[in-house]
Design a protein around this ligand. Structure first.
Ligand SMILES: [Zn+2]
Length: 438
């Protein structure tokens, strides 16, 4: 048993509490917990929240491990206070489109994982006509949902047409689908613009995102759908009118605009691109008002010199490694600066994602008997981003040199301290566990 003492959590009277736990949470009390033979961790008034979830990462393992692998990716997550990541199906070879590929990936990444992890599966044009059994078997293996692209640059993971999407949604009403929504036809039409940093948000435009969202919502009826990395006000507003669709946005859309692209170039290039001040401000308001369902990073790192540092903007690889920075960014910008309430911060950083992806209350809660996953934040200790020291293989960030007014103090997964601000990583790769959807 271990005992955390003197810690703030989201409770009514704001009194300090003590938490008794082994791999599960056993007791939370404002009163002293007297127990012999247990390790005592005095957190001296720091803030403790349910272990944070990054529900959208590309850790690229196996297949693209020169970009990232599960050791570097989950190390970055641990440094960033993330206790569970959900990895995308497209950026591994073979992609997670059937149970055989799922098992293959699990076998390779499990011994490398420092934090807990779940998987997205995927449906590609390459898989049509659909094999229903293949899809339900993969769903039953415990993946959180199926990712679908409306535009894709990957031959190994082709986008679906709207007709194919409509068919898929209809065939599997019980399954959750996650969409990368940007309309391919509009983007192709916009290619009359030169592919420069200045034009990037005009090519992969607001209209492209809005049109894809609109088309998908039009034939979604009662389907379970989630939109990943929403970047524009217009698309977000449309999703907010729908009853069954959820959406996420990412730190870069909350901080930067297309005006930053000519200067930050490769450090900020991702798809969809950051949009305009009105979009950023609307998405920030959605965070403050809890209208967005949760925040993810769309973490995708690579070697900057060989994949990002080009004069020709079109050649620059799309992706920003951010799993290490999301929680300090959100708590600094929203909890501390904007005074967003703590219950909202917890929903946005763990609870809502855990519920949407069927891993609640095991993850995303501080309920008795659930996993002892904790993110401890030091609100008194500021941190400055140094991209050269990131633990992702991608040593670059649009947030380089940004000062956050807080920092991660500890990352605890199922009762074990994985990361400690003073001592660094304390556990061996392989302690992270696959989390199956309920
Ligand atoms: Zn992504």
């Amino acid at each position: 048993m271990k005992l955390i003492i003197n810690v703030h959590i989201d409770n009514k009277n704001n009194n300090l509490v003590n938490i008794l736990f082994d791999d599960k949470i056993r007791k939370i009390s404002e009163k002293d917990i007297n127990i012999s033979n247990c390790e005592i961790i005095d957190l001296k008034g720091k803030l403790l929240i349910p272990g944070c979830i990054d529900a959208h990462v590309h850790f690229n393992d196996p297949g693209y491990s020169h970009h990232e692998d599960f050791i570097s990716g989950t190390t970055a997550a641990a440094f960033g206070g993330i206790t569970t990541i959900i990895d995308m199906p497209c950026t591994s070879i073979p992609p997670v489109t059937n149970v055989k590929n799922f098992r293959h990936k699990l076998e390779i990444v499990q011994p490398k994982a420092l934090v807990d992890f779940a998987f997205w599966g995927g449906i590609r044009q390459n898989d049509f006509p659909l094999n229903e059994k293949q899809i339900t078997d993969l769903w039953n293996a415990g993946i959180v949902g199926f990712k679908i692209y409306t535009i894709s640059g990957m031959d190994s993971f082709e986008a679906l047409s709207y007709t194919q999407i409509a068919k898929t949604l209809k065939a599997f009403p019980e399954i959750l689908f996650g969409f990368h929504a940007e309309d391919e036809t509009i983007i192709k039409q916009n290619s009359v613009f030169r592919k420069t940093a200045e034009n990037y948000a005009k090519i992969r435009s607001i209209e492209a995102e809005f049109t894809a969202v609109k088309n998908i919502l039009n034939f979604s009826e009662n389907a379970k759908i989630h939109f990943v990395h929403i970047s524009s006000k217009k698309a977000a507003e449309l999703i907010l009118q729908s009853e069954n669709a959820t959406f996420e946005t990412c730190p870069h859309y909350l901080q930067f605009t297309a005006d930053d692209l000519p200067k930050l170039r490769g450090k900020l290039k991702t798809a969809p691109p950051v949009k305009f001040a009105e979009d950023r401000d609307f998405l920030r308001q959605c965070v403050h008002d809890e209208k967005v369902d949760f925040i993810t990073t769309d973490h995708a790192g690579c070697d900057f010199k060989t994949e990002k540092d080009f004069a020709d903007f079109a050649k620059i690889y799309n992706g920003i490694p951010a799993t290490e920075l999301m929680i300090p960014f959100l708590f600094s910008e929203f909890y501390q600066k904007e005074k967003t309430n703590l219950a909202a911060m917890i929903k946005l950083t763990s609870e809502n994602a855990a519920k949407r992806f069927g891993i609640y209350p095991q993850k995303g809660s501080l309920q008795i008997g659930t996993d002892a996953d904790f993110t401890v934040i030091n609100l008194q200790k500021a941190s400055i981003v140094d991209e050269t020291k990131l633990h992702s293989k991608g040593k670059y960030s649009p947030f380089d040199e940004t000062k956050f007014s807080c920092s991660i103090d500890r990352t605890i997964v199922r009762g074990k301290t994985i990361f400690d601000a003073e001592k660094g990583i304390l556990q061996k790769a392989g302690c992270g566990k696959f989390i199956k959807r309920n």
